[in-house]
Design a binder for this molecule. Sequence first.
Ligand code: C5P
Length: 218
Amino acid sequence: MNISVLTIDGPSGAGKGTVSRAVAKRLGWHYLDSGAIYRSLAVAVLAQQVELTNSAAVVAVAQAMRLEFACQEELQIKLNETDITAQLPSETTGNAASLIAAYPAVRAVLLQKQKDFKQAPGLVADGRDMGTVVFPDACYKVYLTASSKERAKRRYKQLIKKGISANLEQITQEIDARDKRDSERAIAPLVAAYDALIIDSSDLMIDQVIEAVLSLVR
Ligand code: C5P
């Protein structure tokens, strides 16, 4: 059966999560937050006090972890039956995720978990390599970006709203470092698929971005 996939890739804080969730809801499609999978692995690795630099040990954690996703109003994630949703958004988790996401063997283990989200009637997949590696045959591809200053501001507001303390200057530096690492890694780097529609959301309202993405699908 032909299941439609819409991929939304881009750097941290470009608004992928908000846009992807809204578009998935409007279309009645499933939603894959692939960053949450890398973040969940980071939580598991940190909890087990495995060195982030020990790639073989990180791969072993990835192979053993059992993830369950429940999508009500908010995405809820259980790791080996424990709810870890609250631990996912922090910058500590994001930075650890970005470090371990650079290991090819880690990406190989997590690939099938992501592909399994492709189910009828359709899927909106959000990440860095959705249109290039995980779903290269997707019918619709978007690369959503924004200036790094704007993205840092958005991430800052998001964290504060969730009750997580944050420092704008530090977030700007961390976002720049994470983008650099994600873009320069040898495997599945952050790059727009050649056939993706590129949207710069720096000066757009979120509703305008959602409409632009929906009109691509319609
Ligand atoms: O999107 P999010 O900030 O939750 O992703 C956390 C980290 O996970 C990213 O900085 C990136 O290194 C990694 N990631 C990835 N490939 C994806 C999604 C996320 O490498 N498809």
